[in-house]
Design a protein around this ligand. Structure first.
Ligand SMILES: *Cc1c(COP(=O)(O)O)cnc(C)c1O
Length: 394
């Protein structure tokens, strides 16, 4: 039972530095040694070389979204991803505007909380823990509520791992002439989103997800004409995206102290992203991680929350086994002792846990993880991984 059964097939990525565990989490995640090494020096925020890195990052991110002219710009902003989402919502939605929030998890709910703080009007479609919002439902709501100005959608809802039907919803939103704000935090860089396919107005992501940088800042890719209309909308000095952009355009610098080490690490991470084949290359590696993970887990008797069609290559939710010896805390500790960090679940319907497929992880490492899971279950005395009866997504 404790014998390794999931073979290493490919040439493995190097292990993280000196005994660090692998982070099978949706960010912060395992970064490469090269990216870590980029942080081994200090930078002045006025320095021309540092500002060059900022400029290149902004340009490369806009290009990653399929933009080849100056109709969109990229504004990086200090803080975690949520800071950028808040700044983006405040910028994109006029003070007398009204948003439709499409929710199926924690990050959709967080957008509602944010709009409460911002004092913006909204209505929402809440699909619960894991069901996707459907394009025809969105069309119906928009047709019944002509005063809606903007629609907000989370691309990969990281709380379940579902990949929401972004393109189909974007088409509906655009056919009604509404603004589209996409939280692509956990998908950008690994799932293709380009303006020709998905006509978004605003897209938000951050440094420590699929581009495999470290935490420190987020970024907003935004239609320039929309940004230019945003005068007077911001509710906060430090989250004023328009001012951040103006200052950066004028001086090449960040408006307030930049997260210098995070910026240079991200610059290095972007080089590696390109070397891997860009979004397509990363999508291929993460998808293979997911396929290896899901097949291996199912072979042990685990069940996924989602049907295959909705599984993202970002993170997967598994139900906890109903076996009386299974306790998540113990499972977590056993895996940590074997050098893997997993992530608790966030469902209200059932006990669950999540395993990320992103970061410097490949098939060989996923197979090591599967062996570690097998060993952990063995020492816990869990010989049946089937979950309690639940109603599953379809
Ligand atoms: C990670 C993430 C965020 C931002 O979370 P922070 O903790 O503020 O970085 C927002 N939306 C989604 C979908 C995410 O996965």
């Amino acid at each position: 039972m404790s014998k390794a059964e999931f073979p290493s097939t490919s040439k493995p990525l190097p292990a993280p530095a000196m005994g660090e565990p692998f982070l099978l989490t949706p960010g912060p995640l395992t970064t490469s040694l090269e990216t870590k090494q980029a942080m081994l020096r200090d930078w002045g925020s006025w320095d021309a070389d540092f500002n060059k890195a900022t400029a290149e990052i902004r340009q490369q991110l806009v290009q990653m979204a399929g933009v080849n002219d100056d109709s969109y710009t990229c504004v990086p902003l200090q803080g975690s991803g949520t800071f950028s989402v808040e700044a983006a919502l405040a910028t994109a939605i006029a003070r007398d505007g009204k948003a439709l929030l499409l929710m199926n998890g924690a990050y959709g709910k967080r957008a509602a909380q944010t709009l409460d703080y911002l004092n913006r009007q909204y209505i929402f479609l809440d699909k619960g823990d894991y069901l996707p919002p459907q394009p025809d439902e969105v069309a119906e709501i928009l047709d019944k509520n002509p005063d809606i100005t903007d629609v907000f959608l989370v691309h990969c809802e990281t709380s379940s791992g579902i990949l929401n039907p972004l393109k189909a919803i974007a088409d509906v939103v655009k056919s009604r002439g509404k603004g589209l704000i996409v939280d692509a935090m956990s998908s950008f860089g690994a799932v293709p989103v380009t303006v020709d396919e998905v006509p978004f107005d605003v897209l938000v992501s951050s440094a420590n997800k699929c581009i495999e940088g470290i935490p420190g800042f987020g970024f907003v890719i935004i239609r320039r004409s929309l940004l230019e209309q945003a005068q007077g909308r911001a509710h906060s000095l430090s989250l004023d995206l328009l001012e951040q952009w103006r200052y950066m355009e004028r001086t090449g610098q960040w408006r307030f102290t930049p997260p210098t080490h995070s910026v240079v690490a991200f610059h290095k991470a972007l080089e590696q992203h390109a070397a891997e084949g860009g979004v397509a290359g990363r999508h291929a590696r993460y998808s293979n991680n997911r396929d290896t993970l899901v097949a291996g887990m199912r072979a042990m008797g685990f069940e996924t929350l989602l049907e295959d069609a909705w599984l993202s290559p970002i993170i997967t939710t598994f139900f906890c086994p109903a076996h009386p010896n299974f306790q998540f805390k113990r499972f977590y500790d056993e895996l940590k002792a074997r050098n893997f960090i997993i992530y608790p679940g966030k469902l209200t319907i059932a006990e669950s846990f999540r395993i990320g497929c992103i970061g410097q992880i490949d098939e060989a490492i996923v197979n090591q993880l599967l062996n570690a899971i097998k060993q952990s279950l063995h020492v816990m005395g869990v010989d049946d991984c089937s979950p309690a009866e639940i109603t599953k997504a379809s």
